[in-house]
Design a protein around this ligand. Structure first.
Ligand SMILES: Nc1nc2c(ncn2[C@@H]2O[C@H](COP(=O)(O)OP(=O)(O)OP(=O)(O)O)[C@@H](O)[C@H]2O)c(=O)[nH]1
Ligand SMILES: [Mg+2]
Length: 281
């Protein structure tokens, strides 16, 4: 992808300030990252902000990610001493699982409170993470009703708000925040592919070419099968491959249309499960 992708609108800077202001009220942070890009979707500014707070790293959208990769990412983070939960946020056990995990992280503190006679103090949790990672979806599951608006596009939540759950948590939803400058091109490209940055700020054909270069290495068969291509379809450049797919889809030479289809298919899981960040030990 030729262009350098960056997306840091004013509401994100404001949201970040609000997070900082509310941090002293919080017992625990759920840091949400996308299981398909556990590294690229981790906001270094959030990481720094919550440095001294107990945290639970939540790998969301695990149902869309390659489960083997997710397992090794989980082990990687646990080796760094982090508490990790792997989640399909929309699953039926989300509220139970997350409440249990939260109490586990704060076990020592809760025990200390209980010896002082303080029982069932609510646990105040801040949700943090990049846009579209599933914060509001998680909040809705925790409070067991639809209080927060969710949508499969970034930048849906614009305000912060506290909400109580029946399981003893108090949750602060927050808008997704990115950071002013991605450290490399790859990060922006991957965030664009999964839908964490606004679609209007990058070129779809560039994103589609990046997608094809990824599948060339990762799973060319998924592309061949999905678009009924010849077995040797990858014996050509990514640009020509995109043109072949465009034709196959009946879009003549409108490769932008094909690019949009590729992105939608990728995001909705029609190209199978995948993990874009695969470089770790
Ligand atoms: N497949 C899958 N989809 C999920 C999961 N969690 C959330 N989603 C979907 O991802 C989209 C974004 O979810 P939201 O909860 O709105 O994300 P958010 O982090 O609040 O986004 P912003 O408010 O824009 O920061 C929605 O379409 C959700 O249904 C998950 O674990 N798996
Ligand atoms: Mg939201």
């Amino acid at each position: 992808m030729a262009q350098n992708i960056q997306w840091y609108p004013g509401h994100m800077a404001k949201a970040f300030r609000l997070m900082r202001e509310n941090l002293s009220l919080v017992d625990l942070v759920f840091e949400l990252v996308d299981a398909r890009l556990p590294m690229s979707s981790r906001n270094p500014e959030v990481d720094k902000l919550i440095e001294k707070k107990p945290r639970l790293l939540v790998l969301t959208k695990a149902d869309l990610a390659d489960s083997k990769e997710t397992a090794s990412w989980k082990a990687y983070f646990e080796k760094q001493g982090l508490n990790v939960v792997v989640l399909d946020t929309r699953g039926p056990k989300t509220a139970q699982m997350m409440t249990k995990a939260a109490k586990e992280v704060l076990k020592d503190r809760i025990e200390a409170q209980e010896t002082k006679g303080i029982k069932n103090r609510p646990i105040r949790v801040m949700l943090a993470g990049i846009p579209n990672v599933g914060k509001s979806t998680l909040l809705n599951h925790l409070v067991q009703k639809n209080v927060a608006i969710t949508a499969n596009k970034p930048g849906v939540t614009k305000k912060v708000a506290w909400l109580k759950t029946s399981t003893g948590l108090e949750i602060l939803d927050s808008p997704g925040v990115l950071w002013p400058k991605f450290e490399d091109q790859k990060t922006g490209q991957r965030l664009a592919l999964t839908g964490a940055v606004k679609d209007t700020i990058f070129a779809k054909d560039d994103a589609a070419l990046y997608l094809l270069s990824f599948f060339r290495e990762y799973n060319p068969q998924a592309i061949i099968d999905r678009y009924h291509l010849a077995d040797d379809a990858f014996d050509q450049t990514d640009v020509n491959l995109l043109l072949t797919i465009t034709e196959k889809l009946g879009f003549k030479d409108d490769y932008d249309k094909a690019a949009v289809r590729l992105l939608n298919d990728l995001r909705s899981g029609k190209l199978g499960r995948y993990t874009l960040d695969r470089e770790h030990d």
